[in-house]
Design a protein around this ligand. Sequence first.
Ligand code: SAH
Ligand code: SF4
Ligand code: F3S
Length: 465
Amino acid sequence: MELETTSLDECAALGSAPAMPKKVFVKTYGCQMNVYDSQRMTDALVADGYVATEAIDNADLVLLNTCHIREKAAEKVYSELGRLRDLKSERAEAGRDLTIGVTGCVAQAEGGEILRRSPSVDLVIGPQTYHRLPDVLAKVRKGEKVVETDYAIEDKFEHLPQPRRAEVIKRGVTAFLTVQEGCDKFCTFCVVPYTRGSEVSRPVKQIVAEAERLAEAGVREVTLLGQNVNAWHGEGPDGSEWGLGRLLFRLAEIPGLARLRYTTSHPRDMDDDLIAAHRDLAVLMPYLHLPVQSGSDRILKAMNRRHKAADYLRLIERVRGARADIAMSGDFIVGFPGETEGDFEATMQIVREVGYASAFSFKYSPRPGTPGAEMDGHVPDEVKDERLQRLQSLLVEQQQGFTQSMVGRTMSTLIEKPGRQAGQKVGRSPWLQPVIVDEKVAEIGDIVDVRITKTGYNSLFAEPA
Ligand code: SAH
Ligand code: SF4
Ligand code: F3S
């Protein structure tokens, strides 16, 4: 997380004048929601007297905010915990403490098991109880080991402190904002309904207040997050139920917010209002991440996706009818149990028909406790590897074609940060591509029209239009 300096005055105000404030280092794995959660946990700890550090060697508290989606993701945590155990013993020899915490989806899924496998861990806390982090740390300071993985009945968002203006400014001109969390869909491959719990939508008032706060601190682009963001159905100010389309119209009124995005969507929850938002709202960026996972109806059924390949194609036609320049992105799983060569070919076919601007593709990873793991017909790893390679070369080809098609076009770019090379700044196109411009072209936070002159592997080079 961001490196922060605290003045002595602030230390005194925190009542820790002679001692240095404790430093927290948060390492984030997994999806954007974990990035958001790491920020909110940092905010809660900053409000509790900690400062954030980007250097693990400085930290008094290390939190690993973990992901359980595939086996590899979950295993990474244990290798990191091995390194932290060594750091903790070095520290002990030097007479200094290191507190180790595991948060996120592995924490929720494995709970106390983590303490058994890694005794150097002090606390395990699941995503629904982050607001209790300061209390948990107070217990840890008294020598307790704490596992907190209930689904809290209180609304954690009500209890988490809002980020301070200084923090928001440091995080840059784009921000995430979770509006919906959890999932009731139970796709047979997926752990999310077990790690994030059932679907919860935040009320409009809370979301608008948070978005206004971000905009006041200079944020120009907000990405609304949810495991099923388009299933969001929050309470409106008048007590009626709103859908995501209506929420986007409301957020579009906030002064300073120039760009809106949302992710991740489920094909079953794209309603007419949301499609209309793509037609009518210029601030809603023309980019849609809409995972289909497979192009085979048989596999879609076994995955419990509850739609057919043709439904997905019709939906994309409707979205493109509303917003012709919309770019599609997706997620794919190869080698789900029972997947034949014919099923895989159907996936290749749907990719050819849709034409993706970008996509993520994965080998099926059996997850404990999910129905998929118990199914017959597991696909050998070599077959998964080979299919993944074929799928990825098609997707890369499409992505490169999309990038190439930008040359000569004029587009708006949000300038985000200094470039890696001196004299450059990096912005973001409406389609999420990095756009490299001369640093004199604009200031960070500006939205400027640029003309694309050439492309890099995935980035665009541009000059003022
Ligand atoms: N809510 C989103 C997906 C969230 S998980 C949706 O419904 O589409 C992000 C992606 O990880 C999924 O889209 C899927 O492609 C992949 N994924 C999830 N579980 C997986 C598993 N067991 N093995 C391989 N990939 C998986
Ligand atoms: Fe997982 Fe399916 Fe829910 Fe997406 S919709 S989070 S893939 S169970
Ligand atoms: Fe991973 Fe949890 Fe996100 S399992 S993908 S961190 S919701």
